[in-house]
Design a protein around this ligand. Structure first.
Ligand SMILES: N=CN[C@@H](CCC(=O)O)C(=O)O
Ligand SMILES: [Zn+2]
Length: 419
C-alpha cells in the first residue's frame, strides 16, 4: 500500500540520464512520459509507470492530475532570502540613470539593506523570510539556496545564517545556506577591504562548527572585492571544508569566472560580462554557471549573460531568481524561465534542466533533488498546464497547481483553471 498515487499525468518530466550536472547537448534532453502515473511512499518516489498499470496499485490517497504536466520540484540555487527592509525608493534613482555600483558607493543599495538587517531582530527576520519563502514555494520551488551578506558584521551575519537554518529545520523547504560575508565593505571599515576580508575569514571556523553554512560566496566586482581577494577568501573557505561560490563578472569582466573554474567552485553566478576564455574554462570544469537573467532585466540592462553560447560551448548552465531587495525583487522562478527563453535564447528542454537537475547540482543536492526517480525525495509539482512548453510560454503568472515536498502538500491552488 502506497501513501499517495498520482494518476492521469499528461506529461511527466523524467531525467534522460541519471548523471548531472548536464552540459551542452545533454541539456537538450528531457525524457517526457505521457499518460503516466507515480506512487509515493515514506516521502520518496516509490514507483513510476503508465496510467494503465497504476490501476493495480493501492494508495491511501489518490490524486488525479487531470492530464496535466508533472515535473520535479524546482530548485532555486541563488537567493538572498533573509534581509530587513526594502528599497523601493531606489527605483527612481535607477530610472534617472544612476548606476547600480554608484548607488552602492554612495552608501545605498546593499549597504542600506545592511542597516535594516542589523536593526531587525532574529524573529523579525525569520517572519519576513518565511513570508518570502512561502511565495517562492508557491511558484513550484521545493529546494533553494539562501545567502547571508546583509549583516557584514559577526553578530548580524550569524543572525541571518541562523534564520536560514531555522527555516530549513521547519522542514517545508530544503534550504542550502551560503555565507556571503564579503558582499560589500561596510562603512565602519572606511574602505579597508583587506581588513574587512580578514574579519570575514576569521568567522569561518565558528560557522563551520555551528554548521550554519555549506558554501561561502564573495562579490567579485569593481569597487567591491578584487579577483585576488576573492581567491584568498575562496582558498581559506575551501581549507575549512566549505564549497565555494562567487558573484562573478556581473558588471565588469574582472575574471571571477576564470577563477571559479580554476579553483573548482560549485558555481559561478551572474556572468553577464564573462569573457570567451571564461566560457571555455567553465566548459572544461565541473563548475555550474548560475545565470540570473531576472537581475539583468530588473537593472534595465540590454546585454544578458551569453547563455546560448555557454550551452553550445559545453557549459553546465543553471538558472535562479537571485531574489533580493535590490537587483531582482521577485520570488517567481517561472518568470525567470520565460526571460531565459526570450533573452538567453534557451530552449524549453534546456530551461527545465537548468531549474531542476543542474540547479540541484549547483548547490550540492543532486543526489536527493532535481529529478523524479525511484528512491529520490517526492518533491514535485502538478502544473495547471498541458505540457512543459507551456510554462516559459505563458509568462508572468503562477502556473503551479499543487506543490509537494517529500510527499506532503506544500502549496495548493484553490481551484484548477482552464489553460
Ligand atoms: N550583486 C550582488 N549582490 C546581489 C544584489 C544585492 C542587492 O542589491 O541587495 C545580486 O546578486 O544581485
Ligand atoms: Zn546574488
Amino acid at each position: 500500500m502506497y501513501d499517495t498515487i498520482i494518476r492521469n499525468i499528461g506529461q511527466l518530466i523524467l531525467p534522460a540520464t541519471t548523471e548531472g550536472p548536464l552540459k551542452g547537448n545533454a541539456m537538450k534532453q528531457l525524457e517526457v512520459k505521457e499518460e503516466a502515473a507515480l506512487a509515493i511512499a515514506d516521502g520518496k518516489i516509490a514507483w513510476i509507470g503508465s496510467n494503465d498499470e497504476a490501476d493495480q496499485l493501492e494508495g491511501k490517497e489518490s490524486i488525479d492530475a487531470g492530464g496535466k504536466l508533472v515535473s520535479p520540484g524546482l530548485v532555486d540555487p541563488h537567493t538572498h532570502l533573509v534581509f530587513g527592509g526594502s528599497r523601493e525608493k531606489e527605483m527612481a534613482l535607477k530610472q534617472a540613470g544612476v548606476p547600480y555600483l554608484e548607488i552602492l558607493k554612495q552608501g545605498g543599495g546593499i549597504l542600506s539593506t545592511v542597516q535594516a538587517t542589523r536593526e531587525a531582530t532574529e524573529e523579525e527576520l525569520y517572519e519576513k523570510a518565511r513570508f518570502h519563502l512561502e511565495r517562492i514555494a508557491s511558484y513550484g520551488v521545493t529546494t533553494m539556496e539562501a545567502k547571508s551578506g546583509y549583516g557584514l558584521d559577526r553578530a548580524s551575519e550569524l543572525k541571518q545564517l541562523r534564520v536560514a537554518k531555522k527555516l530549513n529545520d521547519a522542514g517545508k523547504m530544503d534550504i542550502v545556506s551560503t555565507f556571503l560575508g564579503p558582499h560589500a565593505v561596510p562603512k565602519d571599515y572606511d574602505g579597508d577591504s583587506e581588513d574587512f576580508l580578514d574579519d570575514m575569514i576569521s568567522m569561518l571556523d565558528e560557522i563551520k562548527q555551528e554548521n550554519l553554512a555549506d558554501y561561502t560566496d564573495i562579490f567579485c566586482e569593481t569597487g567591491v572585492f578584487t579577483v585576488e581577494q576573492s581567491k584568498r577568501f575562496m582558498e581559506a573557505s575551501k581549507e575549512k571544508g566549505f564549497g565555494v561560490k562567487i558573484h562573478a563578472d556581473e558588471i565588469d569582466p574582472l575574471g571571477g569566472t576564470e577563477l571559479a573554474a580554476a579553483i573548482g567552485a560549485a558555481s559561478a553566478d551572474h556572468l553577464v560580462a564573462a569573457s570567451d576564455q571564461a566560457i571555455k574554462d567553465l566548459a572544461e570544469s565541473d563548475t555550474v554557471a548560475v545565470l540570473l537573467p531576472g537581475t539583468t532585466f530588473y537593472l534595465g540592462k540590454d546585454a544578458y549573460a551569453r547563455g546560448r553560447e555557454m550551452i553550445d560551448s559545453g557549459v553546465a548552465v543553471s538558472l535562479a531568481t537571485d531574489f533580493n531587495p535590490g537587483s531582482c525583487v521577485t520570488e517567481n522562478l517561472q518568470l525567470i524561465m520565460s526571460i531565459a527563453a526570450l533573452k538567453l535564447k534557451m530552449t524549453p528542454e534546456e530551461i527545465w534542466n537548468a531549474v531542476t537537475v543542474n540547479a540541484a547540482h549547483a548547490i550540492g543536492k543532486g543526489e536527493q533533488a532535481g529529478t523524479i526517480e525511484v528512491g529520490k525525495q517526492a518533491d514535485l509539482v502538478i502544473w495547471n498546464a498541458p505540457n512543459y512548453h507551456y510554462i516559459p510560454y505563458h509568462y508572468g503568472v503562477n502556473h503551479s497547481q499543487l506543490v509537494m515536498k517529500q510527499g506532503d502538500k506544500l502549496w495548493e491552488r484553490e481551484a484548477s483553471h482552464v489553460f
